[in-house]
Design a protein around this ligand. Structure first.
Ligand SMILES: *Cc1c(COP(=O)(O)O)cnc(C)c1O
Length: 385
């Protein structure tokens, strides 16, 4: 089976992890700050907080922004459940904004309409989480122009988009958002096995997220409520969690990030090649948004709307042909957990139509041209009546 995604581990990556195992620190040593410095340097953000998953990064991000019970978070329905769940972690309500059918990202027009309705109803979101679906940047500037005048904060879920760029800046630089989060799960652009990070230009948010990742504890005398009791002393200022990244994971991340450019170049070359090889077929190919360079975490093909009854059949034919296709994503509002909160089929028609037609085909840095040709042959066969 050719998988839809796969990590790329070099001898240098393995060496970096072994070195940590032989060192003094397995956790809370020098490797995590080193990885954070590399993330900040690569993206241009002032601060990076590394954690044990992107889900944890989303949690500390919304908690640092003060999201809580009675508040509202909006995200895209075409994403991994974690983008929405972070709102629920802190007791907030969650709602969705339908997608742009061409880029699969949150649609600014749908957002503008929903904001008008929310203003009229007197219930605006406190935080919005646009998702860089498949690695292509969400139109953060347009979103910021709509939400900033209303005091709404932005957390970019860029789990798919490390190494991509938007309006001439790397994704993660946060020029239009409060916080950007990344995932380092093995199918993502670079991996730390499990891992994630939250990036920001706001030093108060960085400090707060740094504390929340480690129990809400500080050793900084300036932040304490009274003078230190002695050299052993620390204070818990608020309720946090243990979301720390280990030294092993951080060393792997620092080694991987050295090849980020090469990874994203290869993913783009493969995506361009898919564009050419699939051009004549009865499919809708992923749209490219101007002024962005996708990191191409995913390459999503869609059957034509009139073919959607064949969706499952085509998907199963590809799996039987040894092509590890996948589907990103089941619209989050259709999950039983969210339906129990009041959502139902028909709420976000563009996302639901996307779900009836989408198939993620293999795309990762180690995919060879020969494998890709084999995938294209299998797609041709699966599509033939
Ligand atoms: C993978 C992913 C996450 C969660 O990442 P973890 O590191 O596995 O917690 C969140 N959002 C999106 C869009 C993702 O693809």
């Amino acid at each position: 089976m050719i998988p839809y995604g796969r990590q790329d581990i070099s001898d240098a990556d393995i060496e970096a992890v072994i070195k940590v195992l032989k060192s003094d620190f397995l956790t809370q040593g020098p490797k995590v700050p080193e990885f954070e410095a590399r993330l900040a340097e690569r993206t241009g953000a002032r601060h990076a907080i590394a954690v044990n998953s992107a889900t944890s990064a989303l949690h500390i991000a919304v908690a640092a922004l003060g999201l809580g019970p009675g508040d509202l978070l909006w995200t895209s329905p075409i994403t991994f459940v974690a983008s929405a769940n972070c709102g629920r972690f802190v007791g907030a309500d969650v709602d969705f904004v339908d997608i742009d059918p061409d880029t699969f990202n949150m649609c600014p027009k749908a957002l503008a309409a929903k904001l008008d309705a929310a203003k009229a109803a007197g219930r605006l979101p406190k935080v919005i989480v646009p998702v860089h679906m498949g690695g292509q940047s969400t139109p953060t500037r347009e979103i910021a122009e709509l939400v900033h005048p209303l005091g709404i904060r932005i957390v970019e879920d860029a789990s798919h988009a490390l190494g991509g760029s938007y309006l001439g800046q790397p994704v993660g630089a946060c020029p239009y958002s409060d916080i950007t989060i990344f995932s380092f799960h093995p199918v993502k652009i670079i991996t730390t096995a499990e891992g994630g990070a939250a990036l920001t230009n706001d030093s108060a948010l960085a400090e707060k997220m740094g504390r929340l990742r480690s129990h809400g504890i500080t050793r900084d005398p300036d932040l304490m409520t009274h003078a230190s009791d002695g050299p052993w002393y620390y204070q818990q200022l608020e309720l946090g969690w243990n979301y720390r990244m280990t030294e092993l994971h951080a060393a792997l991340g620092s080694s991987q990030i050295e090849r980020l450019e090469a990874f994203v170049d290869r993913r783009n070359a493969l995506a361009d090649r898919y564009d050419t090889l699939l051009a004549g077929m009865p499919l809708d190919l992923p749209g490219r948004q101007e002024a962005t360079r996708s990191a191409f975490h995913l390459y999503v093909i869609r059957l034509k709307d009139h073919d959607k009854a064949r969706h499952r059949d085509v998907f199963e034919k590809l799996r039987s042909a040894g092509i590890g296709v996948n589907l990103h994503y089941i619209p989050v509002h259709l999950q039983p957990y969210y339906q129990a909160l009041g959502f139902s089929p028909g709420n976000f028609p563009i996302a639901e139509n996307y779900y009836q037609r989408a198939i993620s085909i293999p795309l990762y840095q180690g995919l060879s041209d020969t494998d890709q040709d084999e995938i294209v042959v299998a797609i041709t066969k699966a599509l033939s009546p």
